[in-house]
Design a protein around this ligand. Structure first.
Ligand SMILES: [Zn+2]
Length: 187
C-alpha cells in the first residue's frame, strides 16, 4: 500500500456534509456542514465515515484570548472586516487570517456607529473571541482599540492629543476607540 500525502486543512475550511460524515476531533458542524477547527492533516477513517483533523503543533493560528494586531480592510454598517497581522508574544502567523470586529464588541459602553470607533486602514489591538475564521475580535478593554491611524481627509498620521486623535495639518480630531498603547503620542 502506498502512503499518500495527506491533505492539510485550514481552520474554517469546509470538509463535507453531516449526512455523509461523522465529525471527529478538530471538526465542527454548522448548518449541517463540517468544518475544520484546526490547521492540520485531514484524516478520513477506513469506512470513510468519520473525519478528524489532526492539528499540527508547527503552525501558529489565532486562538481565543490571544492579543492580535489587525488592520481594518472593510467597513459595513455594524462591523469591520480586518486582516490579522500579528499575534502578540507568539511566532509569526501561518498564513493570512480574517477577523471581524462587530460594533457590539468595540467598547464596554454602547457604541452607536462603528464609524465612531474605527476606519479603513486603522491598525488595532484586539482580543480574539472565537476559535475559527473569520475570527471575532473585541476591543472592549481600555488597552485595546486603535493603535495607529491616519487622517481620513489628508492621510497624515494622527497623534494622540489630550485623549483624542488629532491631525496636525487639518487641526481636527477624529473619533475613535483608542487603545492606551496608541503608537504616536504628541511630545
Ligand atoms: Zn488631516
Amino acid at each position: 500500500m502506498t502512503k499518500e500525502s495527506k491533505r492539510v486543512a485550514i481552520p474554517g475550511e469546509r470538509l463535507g456534509v453531516e449526512e455523509e460524515y461523522v465529525p471527529g476531533k478538530g471538526v465542527y458542524v454548522e448548518n449541517g456542514e463540517l468544518y475544520s477547527k484546526a490547521y492540520g492533516e485531514v484524516d478520513v477513517d477506513a469506512q470513510g465515515k468519520r473525519i478528524d483533523v489532526r492539528s499540527s503543533k508547527n503552525v501558529t493560528v489565532p486562538e481565543v484570548g490571544d492579543l492580535v494586531e489587525a488592520v481594518i480592510e472593510g467597513m459595513k454598517e455594524d462591523s469591520a472586516r480586518v486582516r490579522i497581522m500579528v499575534i502578540r508574544g507568539k511566532r509569526s502567523l501561518t498564513g493570512d487570517f480574517e477577523g471581524v470586529l462587530h460594533v457590539s464588541q468595540i467598547a464596554k459602553s454602547y457604541v452607536e456607529s462603528i464609524f465612531d470607533a474605527v476606519n479603513m486602514n486603522d491598525r488595532i489591538l484586539a482580543r480574539v473571541v472565537t476559535s475559527w475564521p473569520p475570527f471575532q475580535l473585541s476591543t472592549a478593554d481600555d488597552d485595546l482599540g486603535v493603535i495607529y491611524s491616519t487622517c481620513t481627509k489628508c492621510g497624515e498620521e494622527l497623534v494622540l492629543r489630550k485623549g483624542g486623535l488629532f491631525c496636525r495639518r487639518d487641526k481636527i480630531f477624529e473619533r475613535k476607540k483608542i487603545s492606551r498603547s496608541y503608537l504616536l503620542k504628541e511630545a
